[in-house]
Design a protein around this ligand. Structure first.
Ligand code: DAH
Length: 346
């Protein structure tokens, strides 16, 4: 019989606890919380007090277990009440905090980020070149050796393919290593392989070379690549496109100078200089697309001709923004970057 008594006693405690939970979930103000506290925890007629009286009716051997249960539930119920009372108080604390806000103080300003100067330059160059009728296209940064070298008439023994000058990557199940592209000229090939002339494209993106970083070198940098394939194209067209570009980008009437040079994928080839503040600045390379390159993409070099050019984005950005050390572009120093707010955005 005593067993039944203990079970009944514990069941009473449990049902009290769930009643408290239910009641407290509905309590919405301090008065009803107080009423509930008296009903359940009141020292005279509280429900818990009534159950406690049952403790003395338990058999001797059940008393320790019953007492333990009673104390546990009592603790739980008390903490349910104190949680509820905290919940009730918080909104009023919040209201007090609002009263203390001084509406006459000036607001704190919102910090706006700005577009990175290299991104600004890329957008501006793209927009100028689109106005000149060039379509902006993209190419992969991980390339195969065909697109980075062979199709551009750069043979196996050429020093540009040296492992010390390129980031080669061995890939399982690939016959030959791939590489992080060392130039954006790869995009010329990718476009010509899939399209027929006439073409006017420009591509801006990252290239990679294992150079030690200094004021004018960085192992990752950006290039602008241009390609125009149209009947009757000459070096004069090339020069006038570069001059229009330079004048729009740098402002004013910028002179452009060609110096004879050599690139495997152009014939003839030139270095392109632009005049800036009375000085000639080297901007990149250019030339008429080599017949061997046209043949490698399946064009007939007797019918098709065009020009190509490749310029360094960091170089032209450094000119425009007056930056002496290109490493500053990649230090992520806010004090440097915030100087280029909104300048040169297309
Ligand atoms: N790809 C060359 C380089 O990275 C730059 C270049 C030169 C691109 C002449 C061209 C070009 O399209 O015609 O040094």
């Amino acid at each position: 019989m005593t067993n039944f008594n203990l079970d009944a006693f514990v069941a009473d405690l449990e049902s009290l606890r769930s009643e408290v939970e239910q009641t407290l979930s509905k309590v919405s103000d301090v008065e009803s919380l107080e009423t509930a506290r008296v009903a359940f925890l009141g020292a005279k007629n509280g429900r818990l007090k009534a159950i406690q009286k049952g403790l003395s009716k338990l058999g001797r051997e059940d008393k320790p277990a019953g007492g333990k249960q009673f104390n546990a539930i009592k603790k739980t119920v008390e903490s349910l009440f104190s949680q509820t009372s905290v919940r009730m108080e918080s909104p009023s604390k919040g209201a007090k905090a609002i009263e203390q806000i001084d509406v006459t103080l000036p607001g704190s300003s919102i910090r706006f980020g700005s577009v990175h100067p290299i991104t600004q330059t890329i957008r501006r160059v793209s927009s100028i070149m689109s106005n000149l009728g060039f379509e902006v296209v993209d190419g992969p940064e991980v390339e195969d050796q065909w697109h980075n070298f062979e199709a551009l008439a750069i043979p196996d023994e050429h020093p540009a393919r040296d492992p010390l000058d390129n980031f080669y990557i061995n890939v399982a199940n690939f016959d030959r290593p791939v590489l992080l592209r060392s130039q954006t000229s790869t995009v010329q090939i990718r476009v010509m392989e899939h399209r027929k002339p006439p073409l006017r494209i420009v591509s801006l993106g990252r290239v990679y070379r294992p150079d030690t970083a200094d004021a004018t070198h960085y192992p990752m940098f950006h290039q602008v690549e241009g390609l125009l394939i149209e009947p009757g194209t000459t070096m004069a067209h090339l020069k006038s496109v570069l001059r229009s570009f330079a004048s729009s980008f740098l402002g004013g009437d910028v002179r452009v100078r060609f110096r004879p040079s050599f690139f495997p994928f152009t014939e003839p080839s030139v270095e392109v200089d632009m005049e800036w503040n009375g000085r000639w600045i080297e901007m990149g390379g250019a030339g008429m697309v080599d017949p061997a390159v046209l043949a490698s993409v399946g064009y007939d070099p007797n019918e098709v001709c065009g020009f190509a050019f490749g310029l360094g984005v960091e170089r032209i950005a450094a000119r425009r923004f007056g930056v002496a050390d290109i490493r500053d572009f990649y230090r992520n120093d806010i004090r440097f970057l915030e100087q280029f707010h909104d300048r040169g955005q297309a």
